[in-house]
Design a protein around this ligand. Structure first.
Ligand code: CAA
Length: 246
């Protein structure tokens, strides 16, 4: 297998950590961004304890200039980015009639505008080198909507619109662009949902359980592989049967 350089945004989080671990164990060199340096350093030490050397670079993906600086810092340390996983995401749940403009914009900036902010400085190099793998981590709630998540569902649905446009523009240049749409996975984000609400959600999952971060990372690894070179513009749902749209 050829070693590639991978950038996973939000790599210190629940699903992000599993993706970093998976890509590193496949032999790639992996980097992530951070907003909180102390938390990132602790995470990096934890990864090192597992035998994984992950690069960390400062930069909030909601900020275009900070994102570009973060990408350049990763390139200086590791080299040109071949694999980009737009994974960073936040929730600010509220029913829409109670939602503030701040709750709306924070989610759209971090979950959707970040796709522009981080992919824009990466794409030209991929086009020049005629190889790239880009994966958006969207959500089941971008596909089916969710009570209390008009902001998040709009941003997550937008991520797949981004995927299918970018996939068309770059298909002839050896660059694939795909989306993975996880359902409810056992991470801090899902655990922050009030317990009684979460119990009702889990009751709707045919598999009867939350997903594991590794189950998402497995799919991301598939899309980033050399062998997946003819898979582009796809949206893979991984949700325990919770939503089966097609
Ligand atoms: N369908 C119908 N009615 C619902 C409902 C649903 N799914 N969820 C809540 N309601 C109803 C309640 O029963 C309640 O009704 P009554 O007033 O008649 O009792 C009413 O809505 C409550 O509305 P409020 O505006 O007062 O809601 P709230 O301020 O108490 O909180 C909420 C609402 C923040 C949305 C809360 O229900 C919540 O956190 N829901 C979970 C949202 C969720 O799934 N988030 C996912 C986070 S994880 C993630 O995003 C990862 C991923 O990609 C999957």
């Amino acid at each position: 297998m050829r070693q590639r350089i991978a950038l996973v945004t939000g790599g210190c989080g629940g699903i992000g950590t599993a993706i970093v671990r998976k890509l590193a164990r496949l032999g790639h060199r992996v980097a992530t961004n951070y907003r909180d340096e102390a938390r990132a350093l602790a995470w990096q030490a934890r990864m090192r304890g597992e035998g994984i050397e992950a690069t960390i670079a400062a930069g909030d993906v909601a900020d275009p200039l900070a994102s570009e600086a973060m990408v350049r810092a990763v390139e200086r340390e590791l080299g040109p980015i071949d694999i980009l996983i737009n994974n960073a995401g936040i929730t600010r749940d509220a029913t829409f009639h109670k939602m503030s403009y701040q709750q709306w914009t924070e989610v759209v900036n971090t979950n959707l505008n970040a796709c522009f902010n981080v992919t824009r400085p990466v794409i030209e190099g991929m086009r020049e080198r005629r190889w790239g793998r880009i994966v958006q981590i969207s959500s089941i709630n971008g596909q089916k909507g969710q009570y209390g998540q008009a902001n998040y569902a709009a941003a997550k649905a937008g991520m797949h619109g981004f995927t299918i446009s970018l996939a068309q523009e770059n298909a002839r240049l050896g660059i694939t662009v795909n989306t993975v749409s996880p359902g409810y996975v056992a991470t801090d984000m899902v655990m922050a949902v009030p317990e009684e609400v979460r119990a009702k959600i889990v009751a709707q999952i045919p598999m009867g359980r939350l997903g594991e971060p590794d189950e998402i990372a497995h799919a991301v690894a598939f899309f980033t592989g050399e062998e997946a070179g003819w898979v582009t513009g796809a949206n893979l749902a991984i949700n325990g049967g919770h939503y089966m749209g097609w």
